[in-house]
Design a protein around this ligand. Structure first.
Ligand SMILES: [Zn+2]
Length: 115
């Protein structure tokens, strides 16, 4: 379902690279997803996705990268992403978080770490 557009930018929570999908057409899905801290913010039809939809989006992302978990996703990106051409740092993220308080940023963290 989801088409992954780029990996790069900067997670508003942990500052690592984001998987970003941007499409300005109406009814399209846009998101910022961080494989490091599991920050995920997504919108479709100008409506933010709820938790169930975000879980399903993570599954789509895992499928796109042929992995089964966020840990595998993180390792696969770290292992492969060394080419500057694949990193797009023109835009830090799809959505603008400059006015979002850090406490609210934390609420976008999807998977709670066990350690
Ligand atoms: Zn992050």
């Amino acid at each position: 379902m989801s088409e992954i557009n780029s990996y790069g930018g900067e997670c508003p929570n942990c500052k690592n690279s984001l998987i970003m999908k941007y499409n300005k057409e109406k009814n399209s899905l846009n998101f910022d997803a961080c494989p490091n801290c599991s920050f995920l913010n997504a919108k479709i039809n100008d409506i933010y996705l709820d938790d169930l939809e975000r879980m399903s989006l993570w599954e789509d992302i895992f499928f796109s990268y042929n992995v089964n978990s966020i840990d595998e996703l993180r390792s696969s990106l770290i292992d492969t992403d060394t080419d500057d051409d694949t990193i797009n740092r023109i835009y830090p993220s799809v959505f603008d978080y400059s006015d979002v308080p850090y406490k609210e940023i934390k609420e976008f963290i999807f998977f709670k770490k066990n350690q």
